[in-house]
Write a protein that binds this ligand. Structure first.
Ligand SMILES: *Cc1c(COP(=O)(O)O)cnc(C)c1O
Length: 426
């Protein structure tokens, strides 16, 4: 039986047996005990799977990762302490000093800094391309040492919709995987693997948790990328890892398991950005209602976007559910049931008017957050994206008057009334 996505949200990952707890148990333990050193040695050698230290793996985390893996249609997944850790691990797992990454310029500010500043300092360079580039322009961004292509299904906060097939085609033509950050639509609204993406990342901090309760991340592998077919590009996966008992990940774990096993055995071992089992439990509570919440987020986003578009004090509105939005056609292809509840717009009168509007909101809260149950809003140019100069802001699709409103799951009429009264104060 092919299960619908809502059923996987509720019951995926953990299926209790007879007389077992219905809710996933929280394994609040650093370590596991074994009767013999030999048994534990087999675990260390990756000859047997099992648990010994929570920095590497924990059953609570694995249940939740398994649910997200099922939701995305992948073959293996791991939780991380944050979305930043997920994106860093996903890229650093296959790119090292001297390598290069092609990335969409319309991405989350933190990911932009990770690539442009911190990974560059580690010797990994990035070329940023407009998500709207032609296939030729995209092709020209590749170098012989390019190891991955990166983009966001719906860019935070630019709200550009990624043409996943275009980016996947280019990546595969150059023998490298496409990594897609699917945080905003979640697998409820888009499953990037169905369009050719190879690896998906999440900031579970957003809709997946959904309540603003816990920071977290996740990496999911589609199992479709053939590492051995491009063995020279990915020696970390296709030659023995001397730091892990000489294991060759792609041989031992196949395309289905190599990527996540290496990221766990090497990167989690050495960097340790594990999610706490408590937070994984809370994340799972959020996932149980993800499909129900996403529908209300999208409904509110659509209603707010339509209201704003018709309002004389609003200069422009960006929401891919609007028919005149530049990404409407891509949204109809990749996000037929809606994208997310985040709306960007410019208040007529620019920066000072935007600040006045924000201060007058009563229901919508000013917060460096998006995508939880409570409506919140942000002025990126003066907060999250302040590291960028005006040219970089423009390249990322952000203007100085941009207000990002993340529509929660409150009653639609109340949200619109709040926005209306705040616009009236200008
Ligand atoms: C928030 C966010 C991140 C970073 O995630 P954290 O959980 O805050 O570390 C990465 N990508 C996108 C699209 C995000 O919205």
């Amino acid at each position: 039986m092919t299960e619908r996505i809502g059923t996987t949200c509720v019951q995926g990952g953990y299926r209790p047996g007879d007389a077992q707890p219905r809710q996933i148990p929280i394994y609040q333990s650093t370590t596991w005990k074994y009767d013999t050193s030999e048994h534990m040695g087999k675990l260390f050698d990756l000859e047997e799977s099992g648990y010994f230290y929570t920095r590497l793996q924990n059953p609570t985390n694995d249940y939740v990762a398994a649910k997200i893996c099922e939701l995305e249609g992948g073959t293996a997944a791991m939780l991380t302490s944050s979305g930043q850790a997920a994106n860093f691990y996903a890229m650093f797992n296959i790119a090292e000093c001297g390598d290069h990454i092609v990335a969409s310029s319309a991405i989350y500010g933190g990911t932009y800094n990770l690539l442009a500043v911190t990974m560059k300092r580690m010797g990994i360079e990035s070329t940023f391309v407009s998500p709207d580039c032609t296939p030729e322009e995209l092709d020209a961004a590749f170098r012989p040492n390019t190891k991955a292509v990166f983009g966001e299904t719906i860019a935070n906060p630019a709200l550009a919709v990624l043409d996943i097939e275009k980016f996947a085609t280019a990546a595969h033509a150059h023998g490298v995987p496409l990594i897609v950050d699917n945080t905003f639509p979640t697998p409820v609204n888009c499953r990037p693997f169905e369009w050719g993406a190879d690896i998906v990342t999440h900031s579970t901090t957003k809709y997946m948790d959904g309540h603003g309760a816990g920071v977290g991340g996740c990496i999911v592998d589609s199992g479709k990328f053939d590492w051995m077919a491009h063995a020279d590009k990915f020696p970390g996966l296709t030659t023995p890892d001397e730091s892990y008992h000489g294991v060759t990940y792609a041989e031992r774990f196949g395309n289905e398991g190599a990527f996540i096993t290496k990221a766990t055995a090497q990167l989690m071992r050495d960097f340790g950005s594990i999610q706490s089992p408590q937070n994984a439990f809370l994340l799972n509570m959020g996932l149980e209602s993800l499909h129900v919440r996403m529908a209300q987020h999208c409904k509110n986003g659509q209603a707010v976007a339509e209201f704003l578009q018709a309002h004389p004090k609003v200069a422009w509105v960006r929401f891919s559910g609007l028919e005149n939005d530049p990404y409407h056609a891509l949204a109809q292809k990749y996000l037929p049931n809606g994208g997310c509840g985040v709306v960007s717009f410019g208040v007529a009168g620019g920066r000072p008017a935007a600040e006045k509007f924000m201060a007058a909101l009563k229901l919508a809260q000013i917060a460096t957050h998006v995508a939880d149950a409570r409506t919140c809003c942000l002025h990126p140019a003066s907060s999250t994206h302040r590291q960028m100069n005006d040219d970089e802001l423009a390249a990322a699709g952000i203007s100085a008057d941009l207000v990002r409103m993340s529509c929660g799951i409150e009653s639609t009429e109340d949200l619109i009334a709040d926005i209306a009264q705040a616009l009236d104060t200008i």
